[in-house]
Write a protein that binds this ligand. Sequence first.
Ligand code: SPV
Ligand code: MG
Length: 436
Amino acid sequence: MKKKKKTVYIALAADTIHHGHITLIEKGKKYGDIVIGLITDKAIAEHKRIPYLNYEQRKKILSNLKGVTKVIPQKEYDYSVNIFKLKPDYMIHGDDWKKGYDKTLRNNAIKALKACKGKLVEIPYTKGISSDALTKSQNLNLVTSDTRRGMLQRLLRAKNFLRFIEAHSPLSALISENALVKKNGRHIFFDGFWSSSLTDSTSMGKPDNEYVDNSLRLTGINHIFDVTSKPLIFDGDTGGKKEHFDMKIKTIERSGVSAIIIEDKTGLKKNSLLQNTKNQQQENIKSFSEKISIGKKAQLSSDFMIIARIESFILGKKINDAMTRAHAYIKAGADGIMIHSKSKNPNEIFSFARKFRKIYKNVPLIGVPSTYNQVTEKELEKNGFNIVIYANQMLRASYPAMMNVAMKILKNGRAKEVEKDLFSIKNILNLIPGTK
Ligand code: SPV
Ligand code: MG
C-alpha cells in the first residue's frame, strides 16, 4: 500500500511574492504536500495595511506556483486555528519570528503543533528581503487610480472601523501615510485621507464657501496621489449645481478618489462649525435626493461611493429630521451617511446612530469629531460608526508652529532661537526619497 504523503503547512500573506517565499516552498516540498494557509484580507487588515492584491488574486498566484498542492484561507492572524483544523505533519516558517509580537504567534503555533503531533521546521530567513520593506518601497508603484479608488470599499469589507485624516498638501499626506504606532502587536495607522474643503480653502487663504473650485482642489489631490498610496474621501461641499453633478462625479471618480461626501445645504455654502449658522440653509429633501440619484447614475465604476452628509443637527433641527433625510438619501442611492454635529458632546450623533443602526445594519456611517473631540474611536465604533474623520487637525497643527517661529524671529532679530523648534535641514533634505 502506498504510504500517505505528509502534509506541510505554510502560512503566507503573499502580497508581494519574492524569492524568500520560493525558498520556503522548495524546502517545504521535501517534507510532503504543501498546503498554503493564505491569510485573508480581513485578518491582515486587522494588524497591518490591507494588501494591494485581494484574496482571490493572491490565491491565483500561489495556486500556480510549482510545489503548492492546495491553498486554503487562514482567517485569523494567529496560525493555531488552522493548525488545529488541518493537523499538518509539518509547518514551515522562516526563523525571523522569534522577537516582538511574532513571538506570541510562534509560541501559539508550537503549542498547537505539539497537540496535533506536528513539527515546526524553521528555515533561515532569506537575507536582504522582507515583504514589509518591499511593500513600502513599492507602495507607489502598485497604485493606479482604479486600485486606489477601490481600496475604501475593500477596507470597509475587511475592517469594522476606519480612521481617516485631513490632508491639505502632499507633505501633510506623507506624514499621515507613514505615521505608525505599534500597540499589542497591532499596527495602528491612518487608513486614508480626507480632502477637506475647510483646510483646502484655508491653506489658500480663501473662505470655505466653494470659492476654491473642484478643478483646483483635484490638482492638489493629484499631487497628494503622486507621493502616497492610501484612499481619499473628498469633501464635495454641496455638490454644486444639480445640472453639473453628473460631469463632476465622472471627473472625481476618474482621479482615483474613493468617495465624495456631499452636504445637504443650499445657497452660499458656509462652514458648518461657524458659531452662528442662522444664515445657512438646508437643501430640501427632494432636490438633494435627486442630486444623489444623478450622481449614482453617472458613476462608471461600482467601487466609487457617494455619501450623503446630513446637516440637521448643525442647523438646530432634531433627530426626526435627520432620520427622515437618512431614509430619503439612502433610497436615492447614497452609499453611506455622514451625520455632522457641532455639539460639545457626542450625545446627538449617538442617538442618531442607535436609531440608524436598527434599520440599516450595513450602510457605512461616518462621524467627524471636531467639537466633541473627547470621544474615542472605540466609543464611535461601539455606537455603530464605521469611519472617523479627523477633519482639520493637520492644518490647525501647522498654524501655531509657523506663527511661533515668525514671532520668535521678529523678537530676536535672528533665527538662532527658533532652531530648536525646527526640523533640521539634514532631516528635511532626507525626508524625500531621491533627494541627492
Ligand atoms: C471640512 O473639513 O471642510 C468639513 C467638515 O466639511 S466641517 O469643517 O466640520 O464642516
Ligand atoms: Mg467642508
